[in-house]
Design a protein around this ligand. Sequence first.
Ligand SMILES: [Zn+2]
Length: 209
Amino acid sequence: MSADVAIDDWLKGLGYGSSEARSTARVTLEAAGLTRQGKQRLSNEKLARARAVLSEQLYLHCQSAECVQAAAHSGKLSVLCEPKPSCQSCGGSDNQRAAHDFVAAFGRRRLCIVGGSPSVWEELERLFGAQLELRLVDGTQRRTVDHAKADLEWADLVLLWGASELHHKVSMQYTNAGPAQKKKVLHVTRRGIAQLLAAGLEYLRRHSA
Ligand SMILES: [Zn+2]
């Protein structure tokens, strides 16, 4: 006897929380021959294929404007997710979305962020993973001119995060750089990771245009 799952519950767990979303998913599964009308259960052996069919054809997203847009550009049928963390675009987090957009524009290059706190650094490392090279500088510790110069040479972009824990003596080492390196330095006064990265993204767009 092979085990199976209730299709409705399984779909809810994937983020098809509304009955509308579930019926779209059902129709998709039926069209792929994985189930048929009126059937309540799906055998475990079919789950991987069912999941693949859904992710090939449907784009689950939340209601934020950016995620609606991401779904529209995906070439798939867009379906509103429930709950929000099942959004394929942002995972329910503004930070995630901001990191995603930033990486898409920045690529696998070197980003130096001066300022922030240990918990914020942890979150930044988690968000970016290996998608770009990240150097995090404590804005409360003395940074020698040589260290700052090395950061400026290394990085493709330096974000001076003025809204966070950033001492003037530290930021000065970066703002006093020569004109060639100054172009890489962006002073950001907004709070929050999503806002920091949004400012970085605006800067990238301005400079690539
Ligand atoms: Zn979203």
